[in-house]
Design a protein around this ligand. Sequence first.
Ligand code: 5GP
Length: 155
Amino acid sequence: MKRIEKRVQVVSSHLSPPVHFRQASMTTSEKDAALTAVPSDSPTIFDKIINKEIPSTVVFEDDKVLAFRDIAPQAPTHILVIPKVRDGLTGLSKAEERHCEILGRLLYTAKLVAKQEGLDDGFRIVINDGPSGCQSVYHIHVHVIGGRQMNWPPG
Ligand code: 5GP
């Protein structure tokens, strides 16, 4: 798709967003999930995705990270990038200096995935942390969200 066509698509998606991408419904369900989730070190649904015990649409994988499509996308492109080994990183607030390499790799993978998805006009990276940050799965993950115009401030 030509750059100008892509831009028109992004702008029009901003003017008339599909119902399932609307901010209000997204905020409610995400918030409910986050407030229900109990921060813990227990295995999460992402372990099952890593071990291929439940299906996911994988868009990138190497020995350290996995990137797959979010089951409840908040935009035309919504991908989660996670470390294959959690190593205590239930969330960003648990990061220690030894995690610097994997944290960098998660962000670099997010950039690779955005490129692969053709998000040449830009995209948003989100890391929710803790109940107030609306985190619902306690295995650190980077959201890569794009394909429509983002708003600021976020909800
Ligand atoms: P958080 O709210 O913790 O920042 O993000 C967790 C994300 O994981 C949510 O966007 C949610 O839709 C996604 N998610 C939860 N369970 C599954 C699942 O089983 N498969 C996939 N692909 N995504 C999931």
